[in-house]
Every structure is written in C-alpha cells, then in structure tokens.
Design a protein around this ligand. Structure first.
Ligand code: NAP
Length: 267
C-alpha cells in the first residue's frame, strides 16, 4: 500500500528534490504540492515545476483541503508556514515531518507541544549518515572518556551565514551529554592567540567556509600516539531529502506523538 505524501514548499530547493524522490518511490504517492499564496508556481503541475514533466498534481496554497489522516506531509518551508501547517495537521490528524529550521524559542516551544498531538517528526538534519554519526559519536565518547580529546571540524559552502553548523553543535552536545559535561560551558568555538593548554573537558569546534562544499563534519578523538576520526560528507542535498522520505514512509504506522530520526532509524 502506498503512502500519500504532501510536499509543502514544493517549489523550493528541498521541495523539488522531495517531489522527484516521492514520485520515483514505489511505496509513495504524491497527492499534494503546496506553496504560499501568490507564489508563481501556483496552478502549475508539480512535475513541471521540478522539471520531471506532468504528474497530475497541481501546486496549490490550500493545505487544509488536502491534509487528512491518511496523508503524511513533508514540510520544508519557513518557520511561520511550518507552524501553521502543523496546526492544520493536528486539527485534521494528518502525519507531518518537519524539516524546516530557524524557529524562534517561542515557535519551537509551541511546535514541540503541538506536535505531540499528531504523528510527527521534527529534525534539523534528516541525513541518515549524520543521524548515525550522532549515535556513533555518543557511543565512542562514552568509551573514550579518558585520554582522548574530542574536537570537531566542519566545512560548508561560502554562502552559509551561520557558524558553526547546527550539526556540529549537535555533535558537540552529543559528546557532552555522553560524558556528563555541560556543553555550553565546555565548548571552545575556534581558538585564537595565547589560549593556554587544552583542558580535559573542552570540546573544540572549528568551522571552515568555501566554494560549494555541501557539508562535511569530522569528529576527532585525539589520544596519545593515536587518534580516531569519524567523518560524514554530504555529496548533495539529496541525502537530506532521502532521509525525509524514509521518515515519511515510517511515520504513518506510528501512534500519535513526536518522534525523531533516531526512532525512524531504530538507533
Ligand atoms: N531538516 C533537514 O534535513 C533540512 C535540509 C535542508 C533544508 N532544511 C530546511 O528546510 C527549509 C527549506 O529549505 P530550502 O533550502 O528548500 O529553502 P527554499 O528553497 O527557500 O524553499 C522553501 C520553500 O517554501 C516556500 N514557502 C514559504 N512560505 C510558504 C508557505 N506559507 N506555504 C508553503 N510554502 C511556503 C518558499 O516559497 P518562496 O520562494 O515564495 O519563499 C519556498 O518555495 C529551511 O528551513 C531549511 O533550513 C532542512
């Protein structure tokens, strides 16, 4: 039986990849493509917008008309829109996967409270590899508590406006939590000048920017006479979309509640 998928933000960078992945997946069926009122893609066929050719699914702005209990929504839009889609999904008991980032603290609190009331997933990085890395890094951090210094390196394209990446921070938090450290106290975001010797509890993070690098993250556990390095490299944004589609196929069979990619991957 195929899963009925609605893509919100269907004409966006992620939306277009999602539309094409859903279309080609044997267990998924695109039933809706949503864009904001006034968007130039409205009324066009979602397949034409993605460059795949007609699919018989028009881009519309009326999410409430499509969201039902037998649909799952992939939302990659903007925070206000994601929150408004979530309100509708809760009211109509539709399942929803939210990949949108950039929520304010207030929006995040409202989102996480609302999301408990329908089948939902919220994840800032849906790449399968990154979510496995988060788990493995926490496991390694528990084993290498003594004598190994955790340091994180990330590189992204020149257009990224924030540093370090949310994923690098999440990796740092995973290490801190595994080692019983307070990340906000121990994080050293780059080092400069006469810093003094490294202390045992530090978790260093350094961010590089350049060119069109999609995003690499390396966690180094530096010991004496050896070091362990764990690296994830995103080769295209498709890895994020593939994780989101996997989440969308997993979610409909679950009970109402807020899940994470860890649940999806059984980690
Ligand atoms: N979780 C993850 O793994 C992951 C991966 C990649 C990206 N993201 C996040 O996903 C979001 C989208 O990223 P993107 O790169 O695809 O951005 P994008 O290219 O700007 O796409 C967002 C799309 O949503 C549309 N939109 C805005 N308001 C809307 C509304 N009210 N209803 C429906 N659609 C609306 C935008 O339309 P306009 O063009 O008119 O604004 C645009 O087409 C960002 O928050 C990004 O950080 C998350």
């Amino acid at each position: 039986m195929s899963v009925n998928v609605i893509v919100c933000g269907a004409a966006g960078r992620m939306g277009k990849i999602l539309v094409s992945l859903v279309q080609e997946h044997p267990e998924a069926r695109l039933v809706g493509a949503i864009e904001a009122a006034g968007h130039p893609a409205l009324g066009k066929d979602a397949g034409d917008v993605t460059g795949l050719g007609p699919m018989g699914v028009p881009v519309t702005s009326d999410y409430a008309a499509l969201a039902t209990a037998d649909t799952v929504t992939l939302d990659f839009t903007v925070p206000e829109a994601a929150l408004s889609h979530l309100r509708v999904a809760v009211a109509q008991q539709a399942a929803i996967v939210i990949g949108t980032t950039g929520f304010s603290a207030e929006q995040r609190a409202e989102t996480e409270t609302l999301a408990l009331r329908t089948r939902s997933i919220i994840a800032a990085n849906m790449s399968i590899g990154v979510n496995v890395l988060l788990k493995v890094v926490a496991d390694v951090a528990k084993i290498l508590q003594d004598g190994f210094d955790p340091e994180i390196f990330e590189i992204h394209h020149r257009f990224k406006v924030d540093a370090p990446s949310g994923t690098a921070l999440a990796l740092g938090r995973a290490i801190a939590s595994a080692q019983g450290k307070d990340f906000d106290q121990q994080a050293k975001l780059a080092r400069q000048g006469i810093t003094g010797q490294r202390t045992n509890d530090e978790i260093g993070i350094v961010a590089l920017r350049g060119g069109d690098v999609i995003g690499d993250h390396t966690v180094i556990f530096a010991g004496f006479a050896e070091r362990l390095e764990l690296t994830h490299r995103a080769q295209s944004r498709e890895c994020l979309a593939r994780g989101a589609v996997r989440a969308a196929l997993w979610l409909p069979q679950q009970q109402p509640g807020l899940y994470t990619m860890k649940d999806v991957l059984g980690l």
